[in-house]
Design a protein around this ligand. Sequence first.
Ligand SMILES: N[C@@H](CCC(=O)N[C@@H](CS)C(=O)NCC(=O)O)C(=O)O
Length: 208
Amino acid sequence: MIEVFTADTPNGKKISIMLEEIKYDYKIIKINISKNEQFEPEFKKISPFSKIPVIKDHKNNVTVFESGAILIYLAEQSGKFYDQDKKTIINQWLIGQVAYIGPMLGQHHQFHHYNPGKSQFGEERYFKICTRIYEELDERLAQSDYLAGNFYSIADIATFPWIARHEWHDIGLKNYKNLTRWYQLIGKREAVQKGYDLLQKGEKIPVV
Ligand SMILES: N[C@@H](CCC(=O)N[C@@H](CS)C(=O)NCC(=O)O)C(=O)O
């Protein structure tokens, strides 16, 4: 049994999707980040940056924070979506997601979706960066079916829930035909649909 300390956000959904994909038993423990529960001293002991997601794997008596590290851990435990001979390419797309795609789209959510009208500079800056990200992903996906090559990997699992916020991004996902094809392909997976509905409230993957 794996406990997942999480919230219903793209970073949170990465982990529930992975756990559904590898068919592990897991239990969701909600951390209400809008009520600052991430700063509780007990949580900080397992999450030094006070962020979700974190997992506690009771079988191995280990806790893991940082979504990329959690995906690698679960992939290595299960032997899925992180082939030994493909690690270098998977790592590049995975780290690109956690270090670039997630933080930039996250800022775009702040300026464009949650706080429009507060900063023209912030809105323009992140709209432009996120348009670039859509272009870059589209270019990559013109060359291969999935991000790291012609195989589904933890890099796709990490990136999918961020692109699933495409309505908030307002960039026009349907105009990026390779990214749309990838998004629809992954969105058809049963495990992705289940894991996306992290709180089990019947939440559906947004259509393009
Ligand atoms: N680099 C981290 C980012 C995690 C992250 O930003 N989590 C957000 C929610 S999506 C959070 O916990 N925010 C609360 C806070 O920063 O106070 C990861 O990939 O796990």
